[in-house]
Design a binder for this molecule. Structure first.
Ligand code: MN
Ligand code: MN
Length: 273
């Protein structure tokens, strides 16, 4: 399956790599993920069909805007601008992180273009800290900022298993709908009126399935559970991100394959509904 060039009709999903991990609180490395996920997506080890019956191989099914180059703009400004340009073309950005802090500038761009957005956030962590180690832009904070700024209408979190007292308070304050890992499956909760955005932190998965992450939190989803919840989504998907894959921790390269599988199935849901 060959990569698609940077062009597309309105509504086409467009991949954008965001090689940025400076807001990681513990280990760097996620910035190296985008090209590795691309290689895994197009590997001849699998075919181009999604489980839901969508063939990603025809020209124009999705397109690829390459990796964001950071130059003179502040990184969050650069991310917001580039995602905004893709939304201006009526494309549907699918961003490959990077650490989870990138979801804030992505949501700023979405919030300026699309009203009434619901975020489906897969993660071991709620990422609702007001600040972490003095950094309000930490990858542990993006959804506190998104909700404060009103960039999305509704936030549904799934797979959470690291709640703290402070973050429970934050969830209550912002009206976040938290589906904890211990309460899965929650397939009916994936039925949302669009538009919606999927933010998938790879550590939502159990580290047995996806060890190539910085914060390994046992007791997570199997790949099959994650796919079942993705496949259960209803509502028009306006965009997505897959973040926190850290190739430096991926000793067997399995996490790259898992990230590519999730990307493939998310693209299939975007195209085929
Ligand atoms: Mn996260
Ligand atoms: Mn996480």
């Amino acid at each position: 399956m060959a990569l698609r060039p940077n062009a597309g009709k309105p509504g086409t999903p467009v991949i954008l790599g965001i090689p940025f991990d400076a807001n990681s609180s513990w280990l760097r490395g996620a910035a190296g993920a985008p090209p590795i996920i691309r290689v895994a997506l197009t590997s001849d080890s699998s075919n181009s069909w999604t489980e839901t019956g969508i063939d990603l191989s025809p020209e124009g099914t999705y397109c690829d805007a390459g990796d964001l180059k950071f130059t003179f703009d502040e990184p969050f400004v650069a991310i917001e601008k580039r995602v905004g340009e893709l939304l201006d073309k009526d494309l549907r950005p699918v961003c490959l992180g990077g650490d989870h802090s990138i979801t804030l500038p992505i949501m700023r761009a979405f919030g300026a273009h699309i009203a009434g957005l619901t975020i489906l956030h897969f993660d071991a962590h709620p990422d609702l800290y007001d600040e972490l180690e003095g950094n309000r832009m930490s990858h542990a904070c993006p959804f506190a900022r998104v909700m404060e700024e009103g960039a999305a209408k509704r936030l549904i979190q799934i797979g959470i298993r690291t709640m703290t007292g402070h973050q429970r308070e934050q969830a209550k304050k912002f009206g976040v709908e938290v589906i904890e890992m211990r309460h899965l499956p929650a397939l009916d909760r994936m039925k949302v009126d669009g538009p919606l955005y999927i933010s998938f932190d790879m550590d939502a998965l159990d580290p047995a399935f996806a060890p190539g992450i910085s914060h390994r939190e046992p007791g997570g989803m199997s790949v099959r559970e994650a796919l079942a919840h993705i496949h259960a989504i209803t509502g028009k998907i306006a965009g997505a991100d897959i973040v926190e894959f850290n190739p430096a921790r991926d000793n067997t390269q399995i996490t790259a394959t898992v990230a590519a599988k999730l990307l493939k199935e998310i693209l299939g849901k975007m195209i085929g509904g």
